[in-house]
Design a protein around this ligand. Structure first.
Ligand SMILES: [Zn+2]
Length: 446
């Protein structure tokens, strides 16, 4: 009998993290929505439907860092955004995909509210996180939840994040142990949502809150009772000595998961063909390991399908979510056959080429699967957040010697690729452009 699919396979990202057009001169995260983005989203939904990834969690459906204050539900988004949003929801539902609204809990989205509304602040409070102990904070959080839960948007659930931007710095908040603090925030919100929308899926991702200390388990167990799935970020419990993830998962009364193997964070500012970094085999293996540990959820992050290496890698991992007993190698071949329209010996050669291209980076780089995101450029670049950032995946994770050696290997791989019988000239061009982009960045670092 084939293995049961993941219960919560969730494609996930900020709204533009799948955009074919970069936003080179705006600080991250840009949440601009236009026809071109909707087209990219629909292409992504098609791949999800094909691969059985039946949830999609979007951050930035309505706003980026700032819910407005004062808050008028009629003017939070304009008519054009509302129309795009409704068309997106409709396209998802037509394909059997449910949309979860990525939502910050007491942080993410509250910067203007914190600035304008003293009733959510305390002495020493954080610019990005409301104070838990100010009664005005819950009023604001509830207002946002009510807005997101409005049936007119058509969302099917929510995924909550409370810890990514730290928490209020007042003495009372700081004196509350972190897991206790976040458990009370998340449980209060989950219970409120459940009451209003019993039909909704409720997820939670632990960005900023480690889950691997066994002493904290009772707090995570309480969260698990209130939600449908929990995502551990990064996969720390799988990396302790000895690993404790299996025990963690079996102790929590909800589906548990990860962000899905090698999470190459989409580079908002960059040209989509500036890099070629296949990572599907390692991602697929990580998802299989998660499944073997009892994991049945993943917020499996978007990739940029305008970059063929990214699309192949995303598809390779996605296959595991619906058919966990697929081997990574078989998943890679299926992805390549689909993206490059190749069969037979060309497919075998291309699979071998992709395998060696993936190994070429990961056998040389200081990166361990499950140890957080792999950023191509910095997500938020302090020097100048409105400009494309430097290629830190090459600069910081490879020694100069390893970089030179990697460039040599890529040069060889490039030559081999030109000998492959890839039928689609545009895909040939885009693949080679990515390899050239990486080589140019390495050359500039030398
Ligand atoms: Zn506080």
């Amino acid at each position: 009998m084939p293995a049961q699919p993941f219960t919560y396979p969730v494609a996930a990202g900020w709204i533009r993290s799948l955009a074919s057009e970069p936003a080179p001169y705006e600080p991250w995260p840009v949440v601009r929505w236009d026809e071109k983005l909707l087209e990219d989203q629909i292409r992504f939904l098609d791949a999800q439907a094909e691969l059985g990834v039946i949830y999609n969690r979007v951050f930035g459906l309505f706003v980026g860092r700032d819910w407005p204050a004062p808050f008028d539900p009629k003017t939070v988004i304009d008519a054009q955004r509302e129309e795009l949003l409704l068309r997106f929801m409709d396209a998802a539902h037509q394909r059997g995909i449910k949309i979860l609204a990525g939502t910050g809990i007491y942080s993410w989205g509250f910067e203007t509210i914190i600035r304008n509304c003293p009733e959510v602040r305390s002495a020493g409070s954080n610019k990005q996180a409301m104070c838990f102990y100010q009664p005005g904070s819950w009023d604001w959080q509830r207002r946002i939840l009510d807005y997101v839960m409005d049936p007119k948007w058509g969302a099917d659930g929510i995924s909550m994040q409370s810890a990514d931007q730290g928490r209020c710095g007042c003495d009372r908040c700081q004196n509350t142990p972190r897991p206790v603090y976040h458990a009370q925030l998340l449980i209060r919100c989950a219970q409120y949502i459940r009451q209003q929308r019993p039909d909704w899926v409720i997820g939670q991702a632990s960005w900023g809150l480690n889950m691997d200390d066994p002493n904290d388990l009772p707090h995570f167990q309480r969260i698990a009772e209130a939600v449908d799935y929990m995502i551990e970020v990064p996969d720390r419990s799988a990396r302790t000595e000895p690993p404790t993830r299996k025990k963690l998962i079996s102790s929590l009364n909800c589906a548990v998961g990860s962000v899905g193997g090698v999470f190459v964070s989409p580079a908002q500012h960059w040209d989509r063909l500036r890099y070629f970094l296949p990572h599907g085999l390692r991602t697929a293996q990580a998802l299989k390991d998660l499944y073997d540990d009892g994991g049945r959820a993943s917020e499996y992050h978007y990739r940029l399908f305008a970059n063929p290496g990214d699309e192949v890698s995303w598809r390779t991992g996605a296959k595991i979510l619906s058919q966990p007993d697929t081997s990574p190698e078989a998943a890679l071949r299926l992805a390549l056959a689909k993206v490059y329209s190749v069969t037979g010996s060309t497919l075998a050669q291309l699979a071998d080429w992709y395998t060696r291209s993936e190994d070429a980076y990961f056998t040389r780089a200081a990166f361990s699967v499950g140890d957080g995101e792999l950023n191509l450029e910095p997500l938020v670049w302090q020097d100048n957040p409105s400009m494309p950032g430097p290629p830190i995946y090459l600069r910081d994770r490879l020694t100069p010697e390893a970089r030179a050696d990697y460039a040599k290997e890529l040069g060889k791989l490039k030559k081999e690729f030109t000998d492959l019988a890839i039928p689609d000239p545009e895909l040939r061009r885009r693949t080679l452009a990515g390899v050239d982009g990486t080589l140019a960045d390495i050359a500039a670092l030398a």
